[in-house]
Design a protein around this ligand. Sequence first.
Ligand code: BEZ
Ligand code: FE
Length: 271
Amino acid sequence: MTAERTRAILLDLEQTLLRFIRKHRVTHDEYRCATNILLASIKAGEGSLLCDVFFEAEVTNSANIGGGWSTEAIEGPFYRPNAPRLEAPYVLPHRPGESGDVLFFRGRVTSPDGASLAGVELDMWQADAAGLYSNIHPNIPEWNLRGRFHSGPDGTFEVRTIVPPPYEIPKDGPTGVVLNTLGRHFFRPAHLHMKVRHPQYGELISQLYFDGGDYLDSDVANAVRDGLVVPLVRRDDPEDLAARGLRKPYFEVCHNFILVPHQAEAVRRRA
Ligand code: BEZ
Ligand code: FE
């Protein structure tokens, strides 16, 4: 971000907020109430949660104008860098007997002209069957259901994990106060998070939701977009199950990613 753009955005933000205060004739008490919520959310470690619930999805709308590449999604507040690098065959780290139905997530990564991209890093994170994230919520082993793996020579990848449920975002803190005041619920639809990286391409933040799942139309973060909702297919063929060493049906999700070369990305973001 250039200094010129930073200055232009800051000036406009200042003017927009001043207009807002004039429009609503905001009183001193109301002003202090608003700044206290912001300060309380930071103090409670919810600064990112509060912002991401209300604003991050709109940022992805700006990024997704145009098209021809994979839809960008929100990152949310629960990403943690430096997740363990996994060895093939890829399985997200999990506890013995981790709850939840087995899920295989597979796909292919290409450039916009359809060429396979090998060695792409997929950095994946998700909630467990109780809707909780490791490295965020207590009593879950570090890096549980978080890991990094790579596409193979033909651009394809496959990882084994569990099907996450819809979950409620934390509701006992300042973000909860704001959502309660607005009369909104706290649920996000079930989803998988991933960042997709290759040195010659712009990093893609993605997130996949399951077709037919609850809360797709009323996500508290308003972040569900066409192109991010995928079928969750149930597989129960006995021979297939035996070959995979599974005793129960499993689920499968397929999704392909198209990465934008750095140069094209710079043009796209200026457009
Ligand atoms: C999440 O997907 O983890 C998330 C996104 C926005 C707000 C809260 C949580
Ligand atoms: Fe999430």
